[in-house]
Design a protein around this ligand. Sequence first.
Ligand SMILES: [Zn+2]
Ligand SMILES: [Zn+2]
Length: 348
Amino acid sequence: MRALVFRGPMQLAWEDVPTPEIVDPRDALVRPLAVARCDLDPAIALGLYPMPAPFVVGHEMVGEVVAVGDQAGPWRPGDRVIVPFQLSCGRCDACRRGHTNACELVAPGTAFGLGPHGDVDLGGALADLVRVPWADVMLIGLPDGLDPVVAAGIPDNVSDGYRCVAGPLAERPGAPVLVAGGLAPSVGLYAAMCAIALGSERVVYVDDDDTRLRLAEAIGAEAIDATGRWHEVDRHLGTRFPVTVDANVLDHGRDLALRAVAPCGTCTSVSGGAQRTSSLPLQQMYLKGVRYEIGRVHAMATAGPVLDLVTSRAIDPGRIITRTASFDEAVDAMVDPGPKVVFVNDRT
Ligand SMILES: [Zn+2]
Ligand SMILES: [Zn+2]
């Protein structure tokens, strides 16, 4: 079969690779229909986020079941499904707690489209076919009438944006939210979109990119251009925010999110920053009493509530999508500067 293989910075090409097969009774084979580009994918493709190569890319996937093992749950060929990107067994203590990014049966980080982890290489979604282990618990039915393109980001980035604000807003209903946008471009916009849907009285989106600022304004956020003034933009906002989100990734965005957070508020970072180590203003955080959340989304545990918001039309992830591209256009579209690209499988 054909798959899009990453072999190093700027070395992305469709190649012939072995076709996956059912090897366990809980397996399903899924044909990807729509694959959203994760915010991390362009950084991998460009070599800005070094990853050992080679591997098949793509991990935000909606697809069609084409074959199942005899213990793969209710799924049948022809079913359309959302596939959360991290592998989780659904049965270990971590999975049962909802910590589905930390399944105890696989190595940390085991996921589609991000290379081998331990002895598991799941392949990626930009491929003719994907084997999904533990399909009885790993698949979510795509509701009738929901466009696979719109749903394609739910397996990762839409859910990532949601979790930044859903928990803190449940504790502080209606609280103002500040999002520092940037190098996690779609996650920041999805966080703003979810905050509005979840009832925040004021959602401020700060960024230095015109396209993203316009999108933020279009979805109802207060868009603030921080070009040249990341270090002081919060002085002009008139309040501090019980909920802040760092989707900027660079230090100036994280520092803004930490300065702007209100005493006893929650700041969530959706990345570990651009360097392996980083310095935090711990004394300032201690004196103010900041709850700093950092870590990967629990994709499976979060996708369900997010899908509920989509099907009830409280959020429309499609409003952030700036380009749809065919699988054949994926090499070029992988580094498209827009915040969200979805690859559509038009191969038969
Ligand atoms: Zn991702
Ligand atoms: Zn597990």
